[in-house]
Design a protein around this ligand. Structure first.
Ligand SMILES: [Zn+2]
Length: 171
């Protein structure tokens, strides 16, 4: 079984003549003693030359990539981005001179300031995904209900995951 225990080392390049080497230091910048460094190198070789290291690396890289883009599905689920909800409920303004409305991006139902109290809307973060070429099929960022906005968000997210080669995270 694979289990990751985080440890932090710094790697410094050293030139000896024309050859380049690496020195490991600990978190305080203190060079790791020879015996310990040798053990680390042996463990690196064990892992990188071992069976399935490539898969494992990919899996780790994918999780890193998700984190880099602001997702942590395991902790936050899929409706949070950079720790904030991806959608919100908005109340229609009461002081509108003219009624405003839209068709739900998911079910097509008409929503209007005349008939409804409010609506659901994707938050700004989604624009990144639309900007990154996702959401071509997205009619709008507005929905009639929480169920509908979840479907709309999933569409955008899944398109992005597909484009980024993160298909295994598709929801
Ligand atoms: Zn709807």
């Amino acid at each position: 079984m694979r289990k990751i225990i985080k440890d932090l080392f710094f790697v410094d390049k050293v030139k000896i003549g024309d050859e380049e080497g690496l020195i490991l230091s600990d978190q305080n910048g203190v060079p790791v003693p020879y015996d310990q460094a040798k053990e680390i190198v042996e463990k690196l070789v064990f892992f990188y030359e071992g069976e399935g290291a490539k898969d494992f690396t990919n899996e780790e890289q994918q999780r890193e990539k998700l984190r880099y883009y602001g997702f942590d599905f395991e902790t936050d689920g899929i409706f949070q981005h950079r720790g904030k909800p991806v959608y919100e409920w908005k109340e229609f303004r009461r002081d509108l001179k003219r009624n405003w409305g839209f068709d739900c991006a998911c079910c097509g139902k008409k929503v209007s300031s005349k008939m409804d109290k409010g609506y659901y809307k994707l938050n700004m973060g989604y624009r990144f995904f639309v900007g990154a070429g996702m959401g071509e099929n997205l009619k709008s960022e507005f929905s009639c209900s929480e169920d509908c906005i979840k479907v709309v968000w999933k569409d955008v997210l899944n398109q992005w995951l597909t484009n980024e080669g993160l298909k295994k995270y598709i929801q």
